[in-house]
Design a protein around this ligand. Structure first.
Ligand SMILES: Nc1nc2c(c(=O)[nH]1)N[C@H]1C(S)=C(S)[C@@H](COP(=O)(O)OP(=O)(O)OC[C@H]3O[C@@H](n4cnc5c(N)ncnc54)[C@H](O)[C@@H]3O)O[C@H]1N2
Ligand code: PPV
Length: 165
């Protein structure tokens, strides 16, 4: 699996704050054997975010695109809207599970509006901005990611487990 990581943060994009979340996600993925082929840090600007997601998804180079940051309710948090504009199909289960599991960690989890979806052959998943929030959330949905990536790339295998006789 080849992944790309997009950090959305005004402060990190200007260098005012070091990006902790992109590198934390890279380490998390690499520990699981995923190649992180590309990373970028851009400000919380909807048009820039959508354009980058389109560029990466349409390149065919990445199976998985993770975003971190901008999922909450601050005035400049626009990652979910920018993602919804460019995905062809939404995967609501990812956001549902991330919020449900994250609530066990912090009541603030309900604030994240993260979405996930598919564009071309890429699975795009929004994650919260903090390194802790980002890595916790990818952990909550990871069990489904390799199967989702295989299916969206046309894996013809039947995935129903036969019932025991
Ligand atoms: N499982 C968890 N889920 C959530 C957590 C959590 O800790 N565990 N945090 C919750 C909180 S709090 C919020 S608010 C929401 C939404 O988060 P956002 O996506 O809007 O995050 P931001 O406002 O962009 O960032 C929050 C905070 O994190 C620090 N930060 C942000 N970006 C970076 C970065 N690239 N490197 C280092 N630190 C970063 C900074 O202090 C920001 O103020 O999510 C909940 N879900
Ligand atoms: O990283 P920013 O500057 O976009 O702000 P924050 O993550 O604190 O919302």
């Amino acid at each position: 699996m080849r992944a790309a990581i997009l950090t959305l943060s005004d402060r990190c994009s200007t260098g005012e704050r070091a990006d902790g979340s992109g590198p934390a996600l890279r380490a998390w993925l690499e520990e699981r054997g995923v190649t992180v082929a590309c990373t970028d840090v851009i400000p919380d600007e909807g048009a820039l975010i959508s354009a980058k997601l389109v560029e990466w998804a349409d390149s065919g180079l990445y199976d998985l695109i993770l975003t971190t940051g901008g999922t909450g309710v601050s005035p400049r948090d626009v990652t979910p809207e920018a993602t919804e504009r460019v995905v062809e199909r939404l995967l609501p289960g990812f956001g549902e599970v991330m919020r449900m599991e994250s609530l066990k960690k912090t009541p603030h989890a309900i604030i994240s509006r993260a979405v996930a979806g598919i564009r071309k052959n890429a699975l795009i998943i929004n994650l919260p901005g903090s390194p802790k929030g980002a890595t916790e959330n990818i952990g909550f949905v990871w069990a489904a990611v390799p199967h989702a990536v295989a299916k969206l790339q046309g894996d013809p295998e039947e995935c129903g487990t036969p019932l025991p006789r």
